[in-house]
Design a protein around this ligand. Structure first.
Ligand code: AMP
Ligand code: MG
Length: 401
């Protein structure tokens, strides 16, 4: 019997995003700006005033009314520093002005000091032709009062926080942090700090997922290890408490005693997807006592790829983020791919002179490939490539933040 066709990555992502839309984490809280990094804006940010509130100088120089400049030097009638409110400009004079200082009423033009000659009498002559409005930042050039500056669903980072601060926002309304339980499955796993017995390996996914989930603005709940044992799997899940998502890795390989699956079938729901993705392939979406669960494959590079391309957008969509797809760009293949695959491959690759060069060992067990890489070079299923052909490259920096 022919094997069931693998589920394309887009189909899995579309399903996950639909499921995410059905269980939004929509409770909000107000947080001071200093605590808002990495959070998701719950209400649009609007400008309460025109920014800048008044026209100001883009240069250190002289402010004048262009019509007053007929070629005869102008007297300097005031000095205006940033932070000071000027008097109206006396007709027929100019004002010494510094960057960011408000233009005095009546002035419409700024000349930079490098193009001004100050005579012995203190009068100023401009040596270059002047254009009305030059070096003036007009009122409202950044935003007008009432404009939506950031839409709801924006992920807040340094730029957004700077922008909110420029509008005087001391607090922002953000979605509450989702609570994500992270579970690693397998009797072979040992934590760093413990000695390794024969057959054991250190648990890498636990650290990888806990740190990543936190970067996405979630509260990571370290739920430890799921033992390869039905009763203990039951107990571990029952002890999880109140979480918004259960994220497990491992325990979904073919041929493995499928304890997590058995528990989900009794106490929730389980969908086992075979994805056209490499590394990766088996992915569980389920519910445990109503709580959504994502079961990622256990090999560390598979965990990485499936979390980055599927779990991350799923989580962000639950937080109301609209654009959850990572930005990718087209690069040239620095390798050839003579044999078409039936799964979409995400090669851990570096960019060298605009070409994607894969790490020599692409085994799903080799996490070092990703530490070495700048991102994923995407080779579509059914595709062959010659060196120099175009492919999409997804930087890891897009996925990790
Ligand atoms: P599994 O899906 O449980 O069969 O896991 C597939 C492979 O990934 C096995 O070689 C596991 O030992 C390995 N693996 C599973 N979980 C982890 C983990 N948390 N850290 C490191 N390797 C893991
Ligand atoms: Mg296992």
């Amino acid at each position: 019997m022919a094997a069931a066709p693998l589920m394309p990555v887009e189909t899995a992502l579309a399903r996950l995003l639909e499921l995410a839309g059905q269980t939004p984490i929509d409770a909000c809280e107000q947080v001071p700006l200093e605590d808002a990094d990495g959070r998701v804006l719950a209400e649009p940010l609007r400008a309460g005033f025109d920014l800048p509130p008044w026209p100001n100088s883009a240069m250190d120089g002289y402010a004048l009314r262009l019509a007053d400049w007929q070629g005869d030097p102008l007297a300097v009638s005031q000095r205006i520093f940033a932070g000071h409110a000027p008097a109206p400009l006396q007709p027929g004079t100019c004002a010494r002005i510094f960057t960011g200082a408000p233009l005095p009423d009546g002035a419409d033009t700024v000349e930079m000091q490098e193009n001004a000659q100050v005579g012995d009498d203190g009068r100023v002559r401009f040596v270059e032709p002047l254009e009305r409005g030059q070096h003036v930042r007009p009122r409202g050039q950044e935003t007008r009062q009432g404009d939506q500056v950031l839409p709801a669903g924006t992920r807040l980072g340094p730029i957004e926080l700077g922008l909110a601060a420029s509008l005087g926002a001391a607090y922002l309304t953000v979605r509450r942090r989702p609570r994500v339980a992270v579970l690693s499955s397998g009797d072979e796993l040992v934590e760093p700090g413990q000695p390794l017995q024969p057959g054991q390996i250190y648990n890498s996914n636990r650290r990888l997922l806990l740190a990543w989930v936190r970067r996405l603005g979630c509260t990571a709940v370290d739920a430890g290890i799921l033992a390869d044992d039905l009763q203990r799997t039951r107990e571990t899940l029952a002890a999880l408490g109140d979480v918004d998502l259960i994220l497990s890795s491992g325990g979904v390989s073919v041929g493995e005693a499928d304890f997590l699956g058995q528990v989900l079938e009794h106490e929730g729901e389980r969908n086992l997807w075979k994805l056209a993705i490499k590394p990766g392939k088996p992915l569980t979406f389920g519910r445990y006592r109503g709580v959504p669960l994502l079961g990622l494959p256990g090999n560390p590079a598979s965990t990485l790829v499936t979390f980055g391309l599927l779990a991350r957008p799923y989580l962000l969509r639950r937080l109301g983020v609209e654009t959850v797809a990572p930005l990718g760009f087209t690069v040239a293949a620095g390798f050839s791919w003579p044999k078409p695959g039936d799964r979409r491959e995400y090669l851990r690759a570096r960019l060298e002179n605009g070409r994607a060069v894969p790490y020599p060992n692409q085994s799903s067990g080799v996490l070092r490939s990703a530490a070495w890489a700048d991102g994923f070079a995407e080779v579509l299923e059914g595709r062959t490539l010659a060196e120099g052909d175009s492919l999409r490259f997804i930087p890891l920096s897009e996925l990790l933040g």
